[in-house]
Design a protein around this ligand. Structure first.
Ligand code: PLP
Length: 361
């Protein structure tokens, strides 16, 4: 069996230890004689799985008691609609446009009310995070929306925007659990788990209790109300049971690594190896303003489409897979999530150095 170094942006690499554990439990979960996939979500064995998962993410992120943790479906895309349907009481919201995901969320919100773009970095292909210290936040805005780590472009908010007292809604899909966060600074934190936590099919929503109301936009389906899921412990209907089970295992793995402080230190160390190389390379070049660089997604180019394509192909043959940049931007992108071991990044850089010697100026 040969495992590759998988630099995919998502679905993405998971801790090998977690995969082995899940494999060992596949046919008989803890003496139940069945797989978690075959188990009733109303069974006590499953209730323990989801309760522990919630407890562990609460511990990891230090989530205060006045926030609910919901395990939902529909991916991040469904949140693009659920957020306005549940939060747009005044039918006004302000969006900061730092990439394709923020833009899609902004467009979706326009179906439900006035969604203002109060800042954007589209003028420079989303290669930086705009100054958000004094934005024209609308007086009647129900919330301010950001995509905190821009998976496609490789930028990250290292400072949260000044929302002038409005609740902050943040899509953290690609930086979830990569470093400590102060949950109290947000109204809603959400993310699809397939980038940094688990298998596709689960989206986790962390939401302040006062934002969970019955008073959603008229016509909001029962399944799209946060209250429905909050009132039923994420089990109003059958939850994505197996996916939640794997997320739970990743939470325990993160605790074993020392929690989010330790993860941040590890992620910084990993990213530095790659960024330092890019900054000194005569062939490869990072595409993002230095102070806005993401620890998770690192886009880079050679300046030649032909060389980019050759690099991606030769890297794949050498066991470094999914390095092709997003179809909308081209070039390369290395996603180096929590579960990417440091050796993966060291070996990638060694491979890039060799490629540079053969093809560089
Ligand atoms: C991948 C991604 C999405 C889209 O996620 P889906 O689960 O496919 O809807 C949205 N936002 C960010 C930041 C992402 O990285």
């Amino acid at each position: 069996m040969a495992r590759v170094y998988n630099f995919s942006a998502g679905p993405a690499v998971l801790p090998e230890e977690v995969l082995r554990e899940a494999a060992a439990e596949m046919l008989d979960y803890k003496g139940t004689g069945m797989s978690v996939m075959e188990m009733s979500h109303r069974s006590s064995a499953y209730q323990t799985i989801i309760d522990e998962a919630e407890r562990d993410i609460r511990d990891l992120m230090n989530i205060p008691d006045n926030y609910k943790v919901l395990f939902l479906q529909g991916g991040a895309h469904q949140q693009f609609a659920m957020v306005p349907m549940n939060l747009m009481k005044n039918k006004v919201a302000d969006y900061i446009i730092t990439g394709q995901w923020a833009k899609k969320a902004w467009k979706e919100a326009q179906l439900f009310g006035t969604a203002n773009a109060v800042a954007s970095s589209e003028d420079a292909t989303f290669s930086y995070i705009p100054d958000c210290s004094d934005l024209p936040i609308s007086d009647d805005a129900d919330y301010v929306y950001i995509c905190e780590n821009n998976t496609i472009y490789g930028t990250k908010f290292h400072q949260l925007p000044n929302t002038k007292g409005k609740p902050l809604v943040s899509d953290v899909s690609s930086c979830f659990l990569s470093e400590p966060v102060d949950v109290t600074k947000y109204g809603v934190i959400y993310g699809g788990v397939q980038k940094n936590i688990g298998p596709a099919g689960v989206v986790i929503v962390i939401i302040r209790e006062d934002l969970i109301t019955d008073d959603c936009l008229p016509g909001t389906p029962t399944m799209l109300k946060y209250k429905t899921h909050a009132d039923n412990g994420s089990m109003y209907n059958t939850p994505p049971a197996y996916g939640i089970y794997i997320c739970g295992k990743v939470f325990k793995w993160l605790k074993k690594q020392g929690g989010l402080e330790a993860m941040q230190a590890y992620n910084e160390k990993k990213a530095k190896i790659l960024y330092n190389f890019l900054d000194s390379s005569t062939l490869f070049k990072g595409t993002v303003r230095k102070e806005d660089r993401s620890l998770m997604n690192v886009p880079f180019v050679t300046g030649s489409k032909e060389l980019d394509a050759r690099f991606v192909k030769e890297a794949e043959t050498a066991g470094f897979v999914n390095l092709k940049g997003h179809r909308s931007v081209g070039g390369m992108r290395a996603s180096i999530y929590n579960a990417m071991p440091i050796e993966g990044v060291e070996k990638l850089v060694a491979f890039m150095r060799e490629f540079e010697e053969k093809n560089g100026k």
